[in-house]
Design a protein around this ligand. Structure first.
Ligand code: S3P
Length: 440
């Protein structure tokens, strides 16, 4: 179904950020294996997270919704996860698939894993290969793509592992398998990625150590055979979702937006740093904490943006924000250059190709590179008027709709359905701010 975002004079208002997707997945997984009952509030009830809730229930956890965003989970504890009586469907979610594979691998169970069209094209070898070294077994088409049959084991071997990619999903997968392995698992990442698994596992009583390695490396060690203890979790607001609203304010002809209750975590704030380098004035006010994270209210108003080279050191901390960064770059004066971001090729879509096509069809000059792209900013509103192919990618869909709020002509997308995977309230929040986004 085609949706169109029509230009509006301003985006203005105050929105409370929806719960963080990464923390929501982890809260369900960790409480689902803990030894007792945990309460979760502020859970993101997007389709991706709901797939994780269903998966944990199919594997034996007692997972109940008790109110909006409030869930009670009684974990399997020492009894462990069991073989599900149905296929485990991860839908569109790479995080659910890869983290759950690590979690399931440490129990003696058999499971068929499936996903939607987008997820079934994404590489799973990056988690299959360390899990096989630990002793889990997999059957698949040979290319390491879903559908996959997993056979776990209660006697996995701990390993030392240095993933090729700087990926929080791969790191988390190996650490979760390590939690149930025999011995100490050591993972060395080439540069720090989001640290929610480490922080939240500690919250659930696990012992693990994190220390700097050589260069930008970071070493995480986890001892096997640890039983998690239940804990109540308040999910902080999602900085990746907040980025769309902040970007909307920055490109708006006038007005200003406040996004409340956003998690402030240096492994997630690259987009806000990049926007500041481009000249955006983004204010932050401390408002407390949740789940061991600082919370802030973010404020942004429209302002002249300048194209910049994005430092490669920011890539991991803004890995999900490149589509919306590209929108800022389209409005900026001068060139914005993204390099070192080849991981974007294997996200929900080939995001480099999808970003380039999104800008091109809306009249913006852009050059595709193997590991990124170069945007020739329009020094103001780009022409717009294009129909963007979203390729089942929620972040391409939301970025294009944000772009339409301030382009010279409306911007359309071919399908808005995937937005519900990560930000079901996106259209409602955008309307509250004054956007004109409609079907057709
Ligand atoms: C996530 C990690 C990132 C990110 C994804 C969520 C997580 O993927 O793109 O949206 O919750 O661990 P990679 O770690 O594969 O880059």
């Amino acid at each position: 179904m085609v949706w169109t975002s029509h230009p509006v004079p301003r985006l203005q208002g105050v929105i409370r950020a929806p719960g963080d997707k990464s923390c929501s997945h982890r809260a369900l997984m960790f409480s689902g294996i803990a030894n007792g009952t945990s309460e979760i509030s502020g859970l993101l009830e997007g389709a991706d997270v709901m797939n994780t809730a269903r998966a944990m229930a199919a594997l034996g956890a007692d997972v109940k919704k008790t109110g909006p965003g409030s869930w009670t989970v009684t974990g399997v504890g020492a009894a462990g996860l069991k073989s599900p009586g149905e296929d485990i469907d991860f839908g569109n979610s790479g995080t659910a698939a890869r983290l759950m594979m690590g979690l399931m691998a440490g129990y003696p169970l058999e499971a068929n894993l499936i996903g939607d069209e987008s997820l079934s094209k994404r590489p799973m070898n990056r988690v299959i290969s360390p899990l096989e070294r630990m002793g889990a077994r997999f059957k698949h088409d040979g290319a390491g793509k879903l559908p996959i049959r997993l056979s776990g084991s209660s006697t996995l071997d701990a390993i030392e592992y240095a993933p090729e990619q700087a990926s929080a999903q791969v790191k988390s997968c190996v650490l979760l398998a390590g939690l149930n392995a025999v011995g100490t698992t050591r993972l060395t990442e080439s540069r720090p990625t989001r640290d929610h698994t480490e922080k939240m596992l500690r919250g659930f009583g696990a012992r693990l150590s994190v220390r700097p390695g050589s260069g930008n490396r970071q070493v995480v060690e986890i001892e096997g055979g640890q039983l998690l203890q239940p804990v109540d979790t308040v999910i902080p607001g999602d900085p990746s979702s907040a980025a769309f609203l902040i970007a909307g304010a920055l490109i708006s002809p006038s007005g200003g937006v406040v996004v409340e209750n956003v998690m402030s975590n240096e492994t997630r704030d690259g987009f806000f740093q990049a926007a500041a380098r481009m000249g955006a004035a983004i204010g932050a006010e401390d408002t407390g904490d949740a789940a061991g994270e600082r919370l802030i209210d973010l404020q942004a108003a429209s302002g002249g943006l300048k194209g910049r080279a994005i430092p490669e050191t920011l890539v991991a901390s803004m890995i999900d924000e490149f589509p919306v960064l590209a929108v800022l770059a389209a409005f900026a004066e001068g060139e914005t250059v993204v390099t070192g971001a080849e991981e974007l090729r294997v996200k929900e879509s080939d995001r480099i190709a999808a970003i380039v096509a999104m800008l091109r069809v809306n009249g913006v000059g852009v050059e595709e590179r193997a590991d990124g792209f170069v945007v020739l900013g329009c020094a103001g509103p780009p022409p717009g008027g294009g129909l963007v192919e979203t390729h089942h990618d929620h972040r391409i869909a939301m970025s294009a709709l944000v772009m339409g709020t301030a382009s010279r002509n409306p911007v359309s997308i071919d399908d808005a359905a995937m937005i519900a995977t990560s930000y079901p309230d996106f259209a409602a929040h955008m309307h509250e701010l004054g956007a004109d986004i409609r079907e057709g």
